[in-house]
Design a protein around this ligand. Structure first.
Ligand code: PHE
Length: 443
């Protein structure tokens, strides 16, 4: 197809995909899950899933996107050879849309905390304790405002297009992200008692492996963190010229994303242990536990601003990829202009995200079996839509896409390509299926 936008360079594509993968998942989600699920043991399981399941899927999604040069529903339709196959792409767009609804809510919290610390941490100085501070904030209407702010940043970037919007933003933001992370991790290592935090991140407590829910949490985290099965990799791959090779970027993204998660652990846990706060605090780890650390730290307001700035930058480069999936769907399938599509998609995401933004405040009555709507959406996406869709993609590439075409599209050497396809044909669906059934309590 002529006229389709493309990445200006291979480096730009890798940076953008890395920006898509590295996000709240690496810092907020990874650290609280590792904190709850045995630290280093969780990290090992995560690595196990990345190599065994995620890398083959990463290449598969890139290959689907690059060989069709289309958004997910049209990509499946094209490869499947029948109109009805467009349905196979729907879970990808849906997955992105659900995450697009609640992700900016959490990113918005980070933006608000960032600005507060940037202004010198007036709230901390006023002596309000971190629990009360965070509690009062999410109980109010104001999360809506911050959610809208993040969405607006996303619309501004995505409206600029692939090269001058998304690629450019990542070229500026990703180096900044790396600098902030390394700076903070370096600072964390100088804190007294940092050793206990490092031991938590790197010395596995093997007993955690006997708990099946830890395996499951690690799989869901691997999907979420690498943006697998959310249409983002297919969509970003669709802006790749056909002659660009896939395995290199796939490996770079998997390694880079994992490295970010590990360094984030090195940033967070030494501080957590050094100031004696609980590493297993759960989802509030970043928003309550870390502020407690900053309060006790010399220069805490600066560290706080750097930490939440990091979170915001990481979240924005991911949020734009989620928005881009829905935008590409609207543009490719319905011929809507990019800027209008961005506005439409973000408005829809914003509205669906309102119950998540107000779920601890004005809409606190709206719960599903006791869970807040933010929890429900995250659960629905990470534990249901993503694994099911990952299975679907593996089965599609393993069984429906013609073997010779699929192997060729993967750019792998003959032996690796055989392995790759076998893993998608049998290993991935079986393992994901088992984990999924287990999580529903059926196995
Ligand atoms: N991978 C991102 C993160 O770790 C989240 C994300 C998921 C982004 C799916 C795009 C698609 O935060």
């Amino acid at each position: 197809m002529t006229g389709r936008e493309q990445w200006a360079s291979n480096a730009g594509f890798i940076l953008a995909t890395l920006g898509c993968a590295v996000g709240l998942g690496n810092i907020w989600r990874f650290s609280y899950l590792a904190g709850q699920n045995g630290g280093a043991a969780f990290l090992l399981l995560y690595l196990f899933w990345v190599v065994l399941i995620c890398l083959p899927l990463l290449i598969a999604e890139f290959a689907i996107g690059r060989s069709t040069q289309r958004e997910p529903t049209m990509a499946f339709e094209k490869l499947g050879g029948r109109h009805a196959w467009w349905l196979a792409g729907v879970p990808s767009v849906l997955g992105a849309f659900v995450i697009l609804a609640y992700y900016p809510v959490i990113a918005g919290w980070a933006l608000r905390f960032f600005l507060d610390y940037l202004g010198g941490g007036s709230e901390a100085r006023a002596g309000v304790n971190p629990e009360a501070r965070f509690g009062a904030f999410i109980a109010s209407w104001s999360p809506l405002l911050w959610q809208a702010a993040i969405m607006s940043i996303g619309v501004a970037i995505v409206s600029g297009g692939i090269g001058r919007g998304i690629e450019l933003a990542n070229r500026v933001l990703m180096p900044l992200l790396a600098l902030l992370l390394i700076g903070l991790a370096g600072y964390g290592l100088t804190l007294p008692g940092a050793g206990a935090g490092l031991a938590f991140v790197f010395l596995p407590d093997w007993s955690a492996l006997s708990d099946p829910s830890v395996w499951l949490a690690a799989l869901g985290q691997a999907f979420f963190s690498l943006s697998i099965a959310t249409g983002a990799l297919i969509t970003y791959g669709s802006y790749l010229p056909r002659e660009r090779a896939l395995p290199g970027p796939a490996l770079a993204v998997a390694l880079g994303d994992t490295a970010f998660a590990i360094v984030a652990g090195v940033m967070i846990f030494p501080a957590v242990f050094s100031f004696g706060v609980d590493p297993a605090a759960g989802p509030t780890l970043a928003f309550v536990t870390m502020p407690k650390v900053f309060e006790q730290m010399p220069g805490g307001a600066v560290a706080g601003a750097a930490f939440f700035g990091l979170l915001v930058v990481a979240a924005v480069t991911s949020a734009i990829s989620l928005l881009e999936v829905v935008v590409a769907f609207l543009v490719d399938r319905f011929g809507i202009g990019r800027a209008r599509a961005a506005l439409l998609a973000s408005l829809a995401g914003f509205v669906v995200g309102i119950p998540a933004a107000l779920g601890e405040g004005p809409l606190a009555w709206l719960r599903i079996s006791g869970r807040s709507m933010l929890d429900v959406m995250d659960f629905l996406a990470s534990n249901l839509i993503l694994p099911l869709n990952a299975m679907l993609i593996a089965l599609f590439v393993g069984w429906v896409w013609r073997a010779t075409d699929a192997r060729e599209a993967s750019d792998l050497g003959p032996a690796m390509a055989r392995w790759w396809r076998l893993s998608l044909r049998y290993l991935s669906p079986l393992l994901i299926g088992a984990v999924l059934l287990r999580s529903l309590g059926w196995l």
